[in-house]
Design a protein around this ligand. Sequence first.
Ligand SMILES: Cc1cc2nc3c(=O)[nH]c(=O)nc-3n(C[C@H](O)[C@H](O)[C@H](O)COP(=O)(O)O)c2cc1C
Length: 306
Amino acid sequence: MKTEIDFCGIKMKNPVTVASGTFGYGRGHSEFIDLNKLGAIITKGTSLKPKTGNKPPRICETDSGMMNCIGLENPGLDYFMEVDLPWLKKFDTPIIVNCFGGTEGTVEAYVEICKVLNTLPIDGVEINLSCPNVKAGCLAFGTTYEGVKEITTACRKVLTSKPLIVKLTPNVTDITLPAKGAEDAGADGISLINTLTAMKIDIEKRKPILSINTGGLSGPAIKPVAVRMVYQASHAVKIPVMGLGGIMNGDDAIEFMLAGAKCISMGSANLVDPESSIKAIAGIEDYMKRHNIEDINSIIGAVEMN
Ligand SMILES: Cc1cc2nc3c(=O)[nH]c(=O)nc-3n(C[C@H](O)[C@H](O)[C@H](O)COP(=O)(O)O)c2cc1C
């Protein structure tokens, strides 16, 4: 059975990656799983300078999911380069660094971090144009064709030696527009979806639960929305799509691949069961055996519409 995937030139042993912000830089999860087994590791969202997050409460459960407003807290790129990157390099697994433009969130700030990432021994860069939880919002760029095209063009100019993946927000009316913006600007791939903007209210206190009132909804609750958007986006562009949003197991991963995803990413699942990504790889292999599939690539976009 062939489970290898080539995503934008990144050679993965299998289509399963772990989503930004739910796996840190891998150390915690490495106590539970063998990181060598993953298709790729996507790091926590990283900015040039260290960034503090929002104040608590910044996480809560919902029916079939969770909400967060972490606010892209991270130790900064220098710390990543000195401490986490050398550690991650011990594993035989591609490293994709998820980045954003710090507290400024400007085009220039994205360009500055991409310039440095271009020089590092990493396998790809994912630019986050889709976080709903920071004020100087990357979301400002992420919702329109023009905005995505502008920032992707600027990052592409300096990111000459690494695959560039643009992470899109579902908080739009038509997902094909930002997807085309990324493609037209020269991105190598897109990933979707990030979280859906949501609110939960404590009815006794008559106040929202999360400190900044709203947060990003993730987990199984958003999966049908994500599958629909992956289907639409993958039919609108020629560059490959990484699908995510509520994937908990191998069957969910297969569903995204049938919809058109070339590889998948698991986020909230890592917080429920640290072994979920490894179990999903086994689940994909089990599906392949049951359906006599020799090459996982053969199911990408293979859904037959009614
Ligand atoms: C606690 C938490 C932190 C996250 N941090 C980031 C981040 O730093 N950068 C990013 O692009 N996405 C971030 N995300 C979004 C996830 O990578 C993913 O797109 C989203 O949660 C949907 O996938 P899921 O339903 O499998 O969790 C975060 C999600 C969660 C739950």
